[in-house]
Write a protein that binds this ligand. Structure first.
Ligand SMILES: Cc1cc2nc3c(=O)[nH]c(=O)nc-3n(C[C@H](O)[C@H](O)[C@H](O)COP(=O)(O)O)c2cc1C
Length: 260
């Protein structure tokens, strides 16, 4: 195990790109993915342990809370949390802080991944993808410096009431949204969507993806589809796809990524 460990969830690659940029600043870092159950849970020998994840409906994505509860982190470790969001950071950092107290926390705004709700460029405040990416890289470099210098956040992460409510209803809404997935004739049956799905919710049937409702709404299937053949409701037909330009579907599916 490396000196630094970052646990990362990412749906469209922003958070994995952020985790990699922080790791480059720190050196000797294992990025352990949390899209599925993490391949490593006992990190008590790591000196610094970080969490990088997106805000989903004001809260934590997927099974991240469950996975964080299962980790073994030394009480002596320096811990940090970074949330990426399109508009507001939500309560994810506060939830992790309740489980593993965070020495330091920060947020990085980036392009919106929630294509059925709004176009990716409509992050708040609006920014072009290029400018948002540049800002994300600058903020990640600053966070890496802070972490190396052992900077501690003065206040605990906030947990606004609205975000707490939003996050509490989301697990019921996400499967209902999943019932809206459709596939067009552009599908080439490559199976990438099924391979990516963190819940195993997509099965290839007769060379075409078939969707269940055990879905966390990471939207990796839709956003990384090489033919833009996957839709969710009418809005996604007109909207451009977004995934972080530095992250491929293959990399998103890794279990552990080492950065020297
Ligand atoms: C299902 C879903 C819900 C989201 N909810 C929020 C939200 O409540 N607030 C917000 O600011 N951004 C929200 N976003 C935007 C993501 O947090 C943002 O795009 C993030 O950079 C995505 O990171 P990723 O590319 O690593 O998945 C949401 C995205 C998705 C897919």
């Amino acid at each position: 195990m490396s000196k630094n460990v970052i646990f990362c969830f990412s749906g469209t690659g922003n958070c994995l790109d952020i985790a990699k940029n922080i790791a480059r600043g720190l050196g000797d870092t294992d990025i352990v993915m949390m899209r599925r159950a993490p391949a490593v849970r006992d990190v008590h020998e790591a000196e610094r342990v970080g969490f990088v994840f997106p805000c989903y409906a004001g809260g934590l994505p997927g099974d991240v809370e469950k996975y964080v509860r299962s980790l073994f982190v030394s009480a002596k470790a320096y811990t940090f949390g970074v949330v990426s969001c399109a508009g507001y950071p939500g309560v994810g950092l506060a939830k992790i802080n309740e489980i593993i107290p965070l020495s330091y926390h920060a947020h990085i705004p980036h392009q919106s991944a929630c294509i059925w709700l709004m176009p990716h460029t409509l992050m708040f405040p609006p920014l072009t993808p290029e400018k948002a990416q540049k800002r994300s890289e600058e903020l990640a470099a600053k966070i890496a410096e802070d972490v190396k210098n052992g900077v501690r956040s003065e206040k605990a992460p906030s947990a606004p009431l609205f975000n707490r409510l939003e996050a509490s209803v989301w697990p019921k809404l996400a499967p209902k949204k999943a019932a809206g997935f459709t596939v067009t004739g552009k599908c080439i049956g490559c199976g990438q969507c099924a391979a990516l799905c963190p819940k195993g919710n997509i099965r290839m049937v007769g060379g075409r993806p078939s969707f269940g409702t055990d879905c966390v709404q990471c939207l990796s299937c839709l956003q990384f589809c090489p033919r833009q053949a996957i839709h969710m409701g009418g809005a996604t037909e007109k909207r451009e796809r977004w995934h972080n330009p530095n992250i491929s579907a293959l990399e998103l599916n890794e279990k552990i990524i080492h950065v020297d």
